[in-house]
Write a protein that binds this ligand. Structure first.
Ligand code: B12
Length: 210
């Protein structure tokens, strides 16, 4: 772990953080390691927000820093894979929730690992999930959420997929900041994934078994 990168992000030193991330990548630090450092920094930022030390502008700046760093990291991840498009996956951040940094990483990792991914974006209405599943016919659906209110949105989304008669045609995984296996149970999803690699493993496991 690069403690300095974690500190730069946590201390809102945007230029320094981006410059160091580039330097580390150029120096051969694995791209996945940089993403781990970003996650560590976001945990610090989240804590400071909870403690009233940081406010929304800091969350926004942290989000922007992470996006810039991800933009640097992504092409280097691509270089290490040579894959054919495989099974289809739909991913979206559920209704009422606009966090997309984690989701974007999941979409990206699925993509570079050979899945054909349809990214529905943020604050995705239950009806949109149902309509897009009908149209795109994915084998796997990924629901992302960071807020407590997303628990209910996830449950409603799974229920709507069921009501539309599509539940047996898809495996549903959930993930994101405050999600865990209890939320998975509550929502009626098939699995919870802790990070983007877990999303890839789950999708692989489900589609290879078909
Ligand atoms: C950045 C940020 C923001 C940014 C988001 C920018 C963006 N474009 O996404 C902005 C400023 C917009 C924001 C807004 C808000 N935020 Co905010 N935010 C954060 C913060 C600091 C980081 C989140 C993040 O991006 N982490 C980085 C990612 C990469 O980390 P990650 O979770 O490890 O990602 C992995 C996994 O989640 C997983 N994953 C993600 N999706 C999926 C899906 C599947 C299927 C799978 C398998 C895996 C998976 O894979 C990812 C990659 O490995 C968190 C604090 C925290 N520590 O999480 C608060 C946090 C999530 N926010 C919070 C809050 C309260 C809000 C606001 C309500 C604030 C307000 N009062 O307005 C609003 C909500 C707006 C809304 N309607 O959604 C709270 C949520 C509390 C709760 N329990 O509900 C948190 C936890 C902060 C806190 N400690 O209080 N926020």
């Amino acid at each position: 772990m690069s403690e300095q990168l974690v500190n730069y992000i946590a201390e809102m030193q945007e230029e320094e953080a981006l410059a160091l991330a580039k330097k580390l990548l150029d120096g051969g630090t694995p791209p996945a390691q940089i993403l781990d450092d970003c996650r560590e920094a976001m945990t610090v930022v989240g804590k400071r927000f909870e403690e009233g030390q940081y406010f929304i502008p800091e969350l926004i700046l942290a989000g922007e820093m992470l996006k810039s760093i991800s933009t640097e990291v992504k092409p280097r991840l691509v270089g290490s894979h040579d894959v054919k498009k495989g099974a289809r996956v739909i991913v979206g951040t559920v209704k009422g929730d606009i966090h997309d940094i984690g989701k974007d990483i999941v979409v990206f990792m699925l993509d570079v690992n050979g899945f054909e991914v349809l990214d529905l974006g943020i604050d995705v209405a239950v009806e949109t999930f149902v309509a897009k599943i009908t149209e795109f016919k994915p084998a796997v659906v990924g629901l992302s959420g960071f807020l407590t209110l997303a628990y209910d949105s996830m449950k409603e989304t799974v229920a709507a997929i069921q009501a539309a008669g599509l539940r047996d045609s898809v495996k549903i995984m959930i993930g994101g900041g405050t999600m865990d296996d209890q939320v998975r149970q509550y929502a009626g999803a098939d699995a919870y994934g802790v990070d983007a690699m877990a999303a890839v493993s789950l999708a692989r496991q489900w589609t290879e078994a078909r």
